[in-house]
Structures are given as C-alpha cells and as structure tokens.
Design a binder for this molecule. Structure first.
Ligand SMILES: *Cc1c(COP(=O)(O)O)cnc(C)c1O
Length: 301
C-alpha cells in the first residue's frame, strides 16, 4: 500500500456577504475502492499486518458500511483473507441485493452475520475467543477501523499547504479521523467534527486519542445514523449539480449540509478560511438508493 498522493483543495464559491471562504479537500479521489479516510485508516494497519505476518484480517460493520467495503477491497488487492462480521442476522437474506455486501463478497470477504444483541458484545474477551475458535488466527480491526494506527494515518490528511486555513471540518462516526486532524492541526487552527451518530460516549472516545483541546463537535445526524430526509437529498443533489462534487448520504452530505447552514447563519467570524475534508464514502450512494426505492423519496443522483 503506497502512501496516497496529495489531493487537491477545491474552492467552493460562497456569497461574499457571508464573509468566509470554503475549500473541500478531495480525499474522496484517493482511491475508488478504498475510499477517503478508510485508506488513511488502513494504511499503517496493513503495514502492521504484514510486519506481523498475518494472513487474515477480521472486522465488524453494518450492512452498508464503508469500512467493510474498504477492508474487503484492501484484502483483495494486497493479498489478505478478510472476514466481515455483519450486524443483523436478517441482513443475509438481502446479501445479493445490497450493493455493499455484494461488493465485499466479490472482493473475497467472508461474511458472517450475527444478531444485533450479540453484535453489542463484540468487544468482549469471550467474543474474541469464540471468533478465534471459528476462524483461527487473525488481525482484528475494530468497527469503523479506529485504533492508534488509524489515527496516525489520519494525521497525514493535512499537509503544509493547508496551514492557510483557520478551521478544519470533518464528518464523524467513531471519531478516529477527527482525532488525527486534531493531533496534526497547527496552533492557529480549530478542528470541528460533524457527528453522524448520536453517541453520548463519542467525545470520551475521541479524547483517548488526542492531547489538544483545539476542537468542537456538532451534532449532524439529521434524524439518525444512516437516515436521510427530503431536504438532505435535495442538498446533496444540488451540491453535485452546482459544484460537480458528489457527497455521500451518511457522512459528508450531512457535514456539508450543516456547514453551509452555519455559514449562512454567520456562525463563523468574518474572514474565516474553512477547509472541509471530503472523507469519501461514495460507495454508500448505491445502497441508499436501493433503500430509497422502497420509499416515496427521490433518488440521489
Ligand atoms: C467512516 C467514515 C467517516 C467516519 O470516520 P471516523 O473515523 O469513524 O469518525 C466519515 N466519513 C466517511 C465518508 C466515512 O466513510
């Protein structure tokens, strides 16, 4: 796995009356299969897996997980067997309809479905022992891929050319990506996370990986993790039409939706130079459209 090349910061025109400027770091363009922040989070973990001579990587995720898709693609490309422990036994009946799971299988990932109640216990020691008894030796990556090595990878998102920005924005699931940005931001920069999950322990989880307090967390779940509403769909479609930048419905769409509202409401001081990180996740669009087909809501374009 090679370190990704530096990605571009694409400027988004903002009405001068709001007094701020905005660019988007196109980390979604790092790789089409191992997307955005998942590439960063896997980079040092894959090196470690090689160093420890692991042949198998086991991880966890939901039925539409960007992390599951990325690990499966990573295994396929770099020669690891991959096992995905998927939340929800009922999900297996839709395996061939669900674009994420279909892709993971195509990449050779072995999928193993467990009940939602068992999934809650996935961090228990007994649970790992059971998994070892079934699958043998493996390297375990936590749900969402967040660990010390993942945070280290995310510390490389910002580069020297980004020092002109005052405010760095990113979407948040487990907070590993945000932690990397917090650790690598310069003293004059603030980092803000837009959380797609409602998790009272999130802040504490992030604090485990960071030493600075140059950051804030905003709630941006738009009615729940993985949920969308008509205004979000309209926003994401409009953003793609206007700026030719696709956003995903679970993370980056929600971040940009909230960030644009905040800019219009004058939340940030005049003159603030904002950089939003596009963390990728675009494989999730097909899965969302598959779910939307079963509703009256429009499709994502
Ligand atoms: C996984 C993911 C996130 C969340 O990353 P964390 O490090 O878990 O907070 C954000 N954006 C996209 C597109 C993702 O796929």
């Amino acid at each position: 796995m090679n370190r990704p090349l530096e990605t571009i910061n694409q400027k988004i025109p903002i009405d001068p009356k709001f007094g701020v400027s905005l660019s988007i770091k196109r980390d979604d363009l790092i790789d089409t299969e191992i997307s955005g922040n998942k590439f960063r989070k896997l980079f040092y973990n894959i090196r470690e897996a090689r160093a420890q001579h692991h042949q198998t990587i086991l991880t966890f995720g939901g039925a539409f997980s960007n992390h599951i898709a990325a690990v499966a693609a990573c295994g396929h490309r770099y020669g690891f067997k991959t096992i995905g422990i998927i939340r929800g036994e009922e999900v297996k009946f839709f395996e061939q309809d669900n674009p994420t799971l279909r892709f993971a299988k195509k990449m050779g990932m072995e999928l193993f479905y467990i009940s939602r109640s068992n999934y809650k216990n996935k961090e228990d020691v007994n649970f790992s022992e059971d998994l070892k008894a079934i699958f043998g030796k493996f390297m375990l990556l936590p749900e969402g891929g967040t660990n010390d090595l993942a945070v280290k990878g995310c510390e490389e998102i910002l580069s020297a050319k980004d020092q002109t920005f005052d405010l760095i924005c990113c979407s948040v699931g487990t907070g590993g990506t945000l932690a990397g940005l917090i650790n690598s931001a310069k003293p004059h920069q603030r980092v803000v996370g837009y959380s797609s999950v409602k998790d009272p322990d999130l802040k504490r989880g992030i604090c485990r990986f960071v030493t600075h307090n140059n950051w804030d967390l905003f709630q941006a779940d738009c009615g729940g993790y993985g949920k969308v509403d008509p205004s979000l769909i309209e926003f994401i479609n409009g953003f793609k039409t206007s700026f030719n930048i696709p956003l995903d419905p679970v993370y980056t769409g929600k971040m940009m939706y909230h960030l644009m509202r905040q800019i219009e409401q004058g939340v940030f001081p005049k003159g603030t130079n904002i950089l939003a990180i596009h963390t990728g996740g675009l494989q999730g669009v097909a899965g969302m459209n598959w779910r939307l087909k079963q509703t009256d809501l429009p499709q994502l374009i």
